[in-house]
Design a protein. Structure first.
Lengths: 251, 258
């Protein structure tokens, strides 16, 4: 058992390393066009240089700030509205048609109107992220409440829980697992949105880094941007999974 | 005066465009301290009757009364079927649930919770979540929660139906032990004749849909009872056969009706 676990681990780690190794060899040997696929060692070297010059951290800080505040700006109202929709039929019938209308519109398609309303400053990027995060979180939160097993509602009723106790002891904890799935989805969408938004209307950030270096044909620098996205995507989902373990010890 | 009084109670559900009469003209009275089992084929409305007493459903017609004592007690607490333990609360929090919902003083909640955790033998497991418990342990949590709440009457909805034979016997005897200390009035639903014979002072037999009470059998075998004693007692064997015949007839009748 222990042995098999180790082999699994070795394969998991070595498969991406093998891919990188092949890339390196093919690029060095010019089987892959090294203008489009610069060798990973060169990309790493570029990453190092950009980090040393401080340029990298500027872009990272800008993007992360936008993601963090945009995320909060979307998640907080989404949870509130989702909980209300899950608990009260009236709220559900009020909000769900509105959500149904807006959800299919890609947030990026709304970017022009967002720019008109909020200008080209930081706030419009945060709003863009907030909108894209809002929908999956609100819908999942509502579903989370609605799917709480009827028996727990009966227990609360039988043991005379008042509205406040019902909310904190049953509705909120009971909907948390599905709500967190929505937040996990929202996180992925936030990353997607910020990169695209920064490509269109920004002068800094990871998306800008990718786009500008593509335009200047500095492909190693562009790849650095891609690495950063991949890294932060992985990092965020690790953080959220850790949070999930903390918040749901009963799962 | 009786502890629980039901008069001409009926319940009608609407399913699509037709009516289903779940209960019809139920009149019964249960004395203080009695352990009464409602026994009937599945679908006879016994759970509906219990849910009406638990104030989860309203009767269509008729009158329900649970007599309260001067002490500030909740009217009733229910022991639900197997999934009745709240998964996001620990064993301890589950047992304290009813007391917390009534916002009683902290020290009192603590004391009563400890007392009932001990009675059901779960003190060691108090900090665990239900997912880490066996089916039998979960039902102990449910039992402790209901008794700790100190209600006027206890309602039990087939609490042992999902357990295996061995665990069922163990829990039935544990329940009797706790019940004998408190002498609460209990209304217990089951479809197991053995279970009803072991536990009850009185067995109320129900007909299949619409549910009516068709027989009221008093069990006066002395307590404490054990499953061995119940099985080897000739009077109880007669009663068993009597109920068996009745249930057979009920089930056959429903079949020929359809």
């Amino acid at each position: 058992m222990h042995h098999r676990f180790n082999t699994q681990k070795i394969i998991t780690i070595s498969s991406p390393l093998c891919l990188l190794l092949l890339w390196e060899i093919f690029s060095q040997m010019n089987i892959l066009d090294s203008r489009f696929f610069p060798p990973p060692t060169l990309i790493l070297q570029t990453l190092w240089d950009m980090a040393e010059s401080g340029e990298l951290f500027k872009h990272i800080t800008v993007s992360l700030t936008r993601i963090l505040f945009g995320f909060l700006l979307g998640v907080i109202p989404a949870i509130c509205i989702g909980l209300l929709m899950g608990m009260y039929k009236f709220m559900k019938y009020t909000f769900s048609p509105i959500i149904m209308i807006f959800m299919p519109i890609p947030t990026l398609a709304m970017l022009p109107i967002i720019l008109i309303l909020f200008g080209i400053g930081e706030f419009s990027k945060m709003v863009t992220i907030a909108i894209s995060v809002f929908f999956p979180v609100a819908i999942n939160t509502a579903a989370g409440v609605a799917n709480i097993d009827q028996i727990y509602v009966d227990i609360a009723k039988n043991y005379q829980a008042n509205a406040k106790d019902f909310f904190f002891k049953i509705a909120l904890p009971g909907s948390l697992p599905v709500m967190l799935e929505g937040i996990q989805m929202g996180q992925a969408i936030a990353l997607l949105t910020i990169v695209a938004a920064e490509m269109i209307g920004a002068t800094s950030g990871i998306g800008y880094l990718i786009w500008m270096n593509y335009k200047a044909f500095l492909l190693p620098e562009m790849y650095v941007g891609l690495i950063l996205i991949s890294f932060f995507g992985y990092f965020f989902s690790l953080v959220l999974r850790g949070l999930e373990r903390k918040l749901l010890p009963w799962k | 005066m009786s502890k629980i009084l039901l008069e001409h109670l009926s319940k009608r559900f609407i399913r699509g465009n037709r009516f289903i009469d779940a209960l019809e003209d139920i009149t019964l009275s249960i004395e203080e301290g009695e352990f009464v089992c409602l026994l009937g084929p599945s679908g006879c409305g016994k759970t509906t009757l219990l849910r009406i007493l638990a104030n989860i459903e309203k009767p269509s017609t008729g009158h329900v009364e649970i007599q309260s004592s001067p002490k500030n007690r909740p009217l009733q607490s229910m022991i639900f079927q197997e999934s009745g333990v709240i998964p996001w609360l620990t064993v301890e929090e589950n047992v304290a649930f009813g007391l917390k919902m009534r916002h009683l003083p902290k020290f009192y909640i603590k004391e009563r919770t400890n007392q009932y955790l001990k009675k059901v033998g779960l003190t060691k497991f108090r900090r665990l979540y239900p997912k880490e418990l066996s089916g039998g342990m979960k039902q102990r949590v449910s039992i402790a929660r209901a008794f700790a709440n100190d209600p006027e009457i206890l309602l039990m909805d087939e609490p042992f139906a999902a357990l295996d034979e061995q665990n069922k016997f163990i829990l039935q005897e544990e329940l009797l032990t706790i019940w004998q200390e408190t002498r609460k009035t209990v209304l217990f639903i089951t479809h197991s004749i053995d279970e009803a014979l072991l536990l009850s002072d009185r067995i109320l037999l129900m007909s299949s849909q619409p549910g009516r009470i068709v027989k009221d059998i008093t069990i006066d075998m002395k307590r404490p009872r054990t499953i061995e004693k119940v099985r080897s007692d000739p009077v109880m064997t007669d009663t068993f056969l009597n109920i068996w015949d009745h249930l057979q007839n009920e089930v056959k009748q429903t079949r020929s009706d359809n």
